[in-house]
Ligand binder design. Structure first.
Ligand SMILES: NC(=O)c1ccc[n+]([C@@H]2O[C@H](COP(=O)([O-])OP(=O)(O)OC[C@H]3O[C@@H](n4cnc5c(N)ncnc54)[C@H](O)[C@@H]3O)[C@@H](O)[C@H]2O)c1
Length: 433
């Protein structure tokens, strides 16, 4: 199959490289000329484990190429994926579909012969109808089937998720697209990954419902963690105790500083807005959003309490800036709100992240250190915000010797209290009464 991926970011590049690895001929297109230039020179513009080797081997095999122009590749394609961003629209939180609509119009102008146009971006219900309308209006002769195929990969484990998905969801209204999409995913289909065909609107909603449910699950355990602190219980044991129940499941039950990232915050908001527009509000999700927003700043207050209630003029070391480990993605990272809360209270913040420093520099003004130890020098408190492996086995004696005061706030429950306290630290974790 000849596949074009419009948008070569976290989703487009991973999907494109994986499709090439399945044996398809893939062109990854992006408007950002510097991204395409880098990719052509063998430089991967994002950090995603294993992506460099996957791209390199498929480029070498001649199955994966990169372009800033979509006209030529689209005219020869069997399938064109739209994998552009759908950020929150400023002001009201609806998904901003500007990039999707623009991509649809550009694709329409270049289509030749029957082509399946697939929206992989996360888009509100009804977007497929609009994409189809734009294509037909721009090019009335275009022979297209417009399909929804949301992506469920997680950054940091994106290739594994793409190649071993729990399910593949395909929403279509034109039956001609069914054999094409089956062929696109043939290796996974043969591997028994469930391929779920639905209506286009259903498929669009599945993606939002999935993300909203996961965000709600995280928020649920975060509230239970707060209760644990009040009543003298241990949230990790509660998570295990409920997670072993097959009806509940153990995943997404890790208490922490609140969810962040490029998906959950914007997708929960977009779902809530869609639901309001249809006079069918999703109150659980509206509440989830409100709880999560306030939680991030509450984490700032937790740090301030750990240093005795006043952080003015004191140095705070922040370990981990990205929204989760194994990515360089800083979008909506809890670290942003936590750092802001600390700076607002007069703290001097120094931070370190294994892969997120370049992106973090665009988003916050702090002292950027070259290691956790450098960040901790003369600090009155260290805060573990993102559970990178690099922070799981810190040399606590060294850390203590560098700090002005040995205080560790562990927002990911990476350490055990008795271990850290044995090194002379005051230790604060999440959900342990
Ligand atoms: N990042 C994730 O973990 C993830 C997971 C599942 C779904 N999604 C969804 O996938 C979509 C893409 O997310 P992302 O994180 O890959 O975004 P991203 O910002 O990393 O990448 C989007 C890319 O599209 C490019 N682009 C925009 N308009 C274009 C056009 N007309 N032609 C060519 N290129 C264009 C941009 O330059 C950018 O490189 C979003 O809807 C997101 O919600 C993301």
């Amino acid at each position: 199959m000849r596949i074009v991926m419009v948008g070569s970011g976290y989703v487009g590049l991973v999907s494109g490289a994986c499709f090439a690895d399945f044996g398809h001929e893939v062109v990854c297109v992006d408007k950002a000329a510097d991204k395409i230039e880098a990719l052509r020179n063998g430089v991967i513009p994002i950090f995603e484990p294993g992506l460099d080797q996957l791209v390199e081997s498929n480029v070498k095999a001649g199955r994966l190429t990169f372009s800033t122009e979509l006209a030529g590749p689209v005219s020869e394609a069997d399938v064109v994926f739209i994998a552009v961003g759908t950020p929150s629209r400023r002001g009201d939180g609806h998904a901003d579909l500007g990039y999707v609509h623009a991509a649809a119009a550009e694709i329409a102008a270049s289509i030749k012969g029957f082509t399946v146009v697939v929206t992989k971006s996360t888009v509100p219900v009804g977007t497929g109808d609009e994409v189809e309308r734009i294509i037909r209006e721009t090019n009335p002769d275009a022979d297209v089937a417009v399909v929804s195929n949301p992506e469920f990969l997680r950054e940091g484990a994106a290739i594994e998720d793409f190649k071993r998905p729990d399910r593949i969801v395909v929403g279509l209204s034109d039956e001609r697209a069914r054999p094409v999409m089956t062929e696109v995913y043939r290796p996974l289909y043969l591997n028994q990954s469930p391929l779920l065909f639905t209506s286009r609107r259903t498929s669009e909603l599945i993606k939002y419902a999935a993300n909203a449910f996961l965000a709600m699950k995280i928020t649920f355990i975060n509230e239970v963690a707060d209760l644990c602190e009040k009543v003298g219980a241990d949230v990790q044991d509660v998570s295990r105790g409920i997670g072993l129940d097959g009806r509940i499941g153990a995943k997404f039950l890790h208490a922490g500083p609140g969810y962040g990232g490029s998906c959950f915050p914007k997708d929960t908001l977009a779902l809530a807005k869609t639901a309001q527009d249809h006079d069918s509000p999703v109150r659980l999700i509206e509440t989830t959003i409100a709880i999560n927003d306030s939680r991030k700043r509450a984490m700032g207050r937790k740090v301030i309490a750990a240093v005795g209630g006043d952080v003015r003029g004191k140095k705070v070391a922040v370990f981990g800036l990205t929204f989760k480990p194994n990515t360089d993605d800083m979008r909506d990272s809890p670290a942003i709100a936590i750092v802001q809360a600390l700076k607002d209270a007069g703290a001097i913040v120094s931070g370190y992240d294994p892969e997120g420093m370049n992106n973090a520099r665009q988003m916050m003004e702090i002292d950027f250190a070259t290691s956790p130890y450098e960040a901790a020098r003369d600090a009155h408190v260290a805060v573990l915000v993102t559970e990178w492996n690099a922070f799981r086995a810190l040399d606590l004696d060294r850390l203590k010797s560098l700090m002005a005061a040995p205080v560790l706030v562990d927002l990911r429950n990476v350490y055990r209290a008795h271990e850290v306290e044995a090194h002379g630290f005051a230790y604060h974790s999440i959900g342990k009464g």
